[in-house]
Design a binder for this molecule. Structure first.
Ligand code: SF4
Length: 535
């Protein structure tokens, strides 16, 4: 029987706050609890850490691996517990955190939750590594070289512990969901204080508290989650635009992708909970929301009584919200009801990001994408018939195992025929742990690069002609802030998600305006601000 939902991994003594770190030497095995979490311990004394940092490397002595797997009942109990113990609220006032985020919008939104939890604990954000008391890397597992980069960064900041012995270093997000990464931390990076995954963000306050009192790495990774983090606090980075999670995980198992393994199966959030969050955002002055999920058009399949079209219509009616976007929308399950909801809802922007990945049916089959080129083209045609002003963008992978010149030509043909407004183009790189990583037919690097260049040449020309076609037109722009390269210039986006730079005063930030497009190049539109958009 579970005596307390917070028992097991969290035998936390009540401490004065902020706590002095490393007062308690604790082994993972001390907290072992039958049927509990994945929790590893390593010897990571400061002495070992220091000697490693001065290149006098001593091999760390891994403790015996302790693996606990939480039962669903235990996970439920932990999830239904308050997200934060009352004594942790404000307990870290005066401390500062630095959060580095890698990867997709899902991770960026998770970082808003992480920041929200830390700020409720009393932490304040900093961008200065020297003054940080907690440096946390929210990681992406999609590309292997991103993993290497993260470990490189962790190694780079490790010497800061010499200046600030209370500094905590943490790694979270998708990377720790992989056992190989957990083992790598245990064996090679014992100075990392804190590791957690994508399914237990809500445990962050407890885990930070444990890390402060432990000389061992505190590592808690849940293998799956049946729940979302709808009610956790969020520190949003932008006062105008907000991301709203509607769905977690993915069921598709594209053969090159690690996401179904790191984020678990699709779980939809209750419609009413989403609408309530959007209403709160509207009342707080947010103008644009982006509904976020790995496969947003599968929203509701697991709930049974709703679908994405219904959600979109409900959210599009919320007062104060001027723009609704969604990502990622995959070609599967893109119903006529969904197309009609986009067409009928004035606040839903005329932009769909619709990743195709390849124009070759043979490659699409090996990717397990679940559609053909013909299906994709007919979907594009249905969308364009219903919404003539729609802007379509896509993702394309070049050099997938077995891709022939003929396959690649099919991709080029599809791009020319579909005329995407923009496209994210990627060279295939194998991701260990995915089926494609062991497929035969690797395409030589020199050929992949040459194909990528040809693809980019074709796409950039199409993008440039879209940009130039806007010159002389009046377009609606939501002003988001100042240009990153010139603080005399305002930066915003069109409804079709193109970056627009405007001359104008900062008081327009956060407002929708009408602009006259004066000039354009491939990536940027330059406009003159005319007036506030009529509401
Ligand atoms: S749809 Fe495919 S590419 Fe997208 S997250 Fe799921 S498995 Fe990955």
């Amino acid at each position: 029987m579970l005596a307390s939902p917070l028992e097991g991994t969290s035998k936390i003594r009540s401490a004065s706050h902020p706590p002095a770190k490393k007062q308690v030497r604790k082994r993972a095995s001390d907290t072992a609890h039958a049927g509990d979490f994945v929790l590893y311990g390593t010897h990571a004394s400061l002495k070992e850490c220091d000697s490693t940092m001065t290149n006098d490397v001593q091999a760390p002595t891994p403790l015996e691996l302790t693996v606990h797997r939480p039962s669903i009942a235990q996970q439920e109990a932990l999830l239904s517990a308050a997200p934060m113990r009352a004594d942790l609220v404000g307990a870290y006032r005066g401390k500062r955190y630095l959060l580095r985020t890698y990867g997709c919008q899902m991770n960026e939104h998770d970082s808003e939750i992480i920041a929200g939890l830390l700020e409720v604990m009393g932490y304040a954000a900093t961008s200065d590594e020297m003054e940080a008391d907690l440096i946390l890397f929210n990681t992406c597992a999609v590309r292997e070289n991103a993993e290497n980069k993260v470990f490189g960064e962790v190694g780079r900041v490790a010497p800061l512990k010499q200046r600030n012995p209370e500094l905590l270093l943490g790694v979270c997000g998708c990377m720790p969901q992989e056992k190989v990464v957990q083992d790598k931390v245990r064996e090679t990076y014992p100075w990392i204080d804190l590791v957690f995954g994508t399914h237990n963000l809500h445990r962050l306050p407890e885990l930070v508290e444990q890390a402060h009192h432990s000389q061992d790495t505190v590592m808690e990774v849940w293998e799956k989650a049946e729940y979302g983090f709808d009610d956790l606090p969020k520190a949003r980075q932008d006062g105008t635009r907000a991301w709203v999670n509607i769905q977690y995980g993915c069921n598709k198992f594209c053969t090159y992708c690690i996401v179904p393994y790191t984020r678990g199966r699709e779980r939809s959030r209750a419609l009413q909970s989403i609408v309530e969050e959007v209403k709160r955002l509207g009342q707080q002055g947010f103008k644009e929301i982006t509904l976020l999920g790995q496969n947003v058009n599968d929203y509701g399949l697991d709930l049974g009584d709703t679908d994405f079209a219904s959600l979109l219509r409900a959210v599009a009616r919320v007062d104060g919200i001027e723009r609704v976007r969604f990502t990622t929308s995959n070609p599967w399950n893109f119903t006529d009801a969904l197309i009609a909801a986009i067409a009928d809802s004035p606040t839903v922007c005329e932009h769909i990001h619709l990743p195709v990945q390849s124009g070759s049916n043979a490659v699409l089959r090996r990717m397990n994408r679940g559609y053909t080129r013909e299906y994709y083209s007919s979907l594009v045609s249905r969308i364009r018939t219903a919404i003539p002003a729609i802007s379509l963008t896509t993702d394309l992978i070049v050099g997938f195992p077995g891709e022939t010149e003929d396959d690649f030509q099919h991709t080029l043909d599809l791009v020319k025929e579909t005329r995407f407004e923009t496209a994210y183009t990627f060279m295939y790189s194998p991701r260990s742990g995915t089926p494609a990583a062991s497929m035969a037919g690797a395409v030589p690097d020199v050929i992949v690069r040459e194909r990528l260049q040809r693809l980019m040449n074709v796409q950039n020309e199409i993008t440039r002609s879209y940009s130039e076609s806007l010159v002389g037109q009046r377009i609606e722009v939501l002003v988001e802030g100042l240009s990153r390269t010139n603080n005399q210039v305002l930066a915003g986006r069109s409804r079709t998600n193109r970056v627009v730079l405007l001359q104008g005063s900062p008081e327009w930030i956060g407002q929708s305006v009408v602009a006259h497009v004066e000039s354009a190049n491939t990536w940027t539109i330059y406009g003159r601000l005319l007036e506030a958009r009529a509401m």
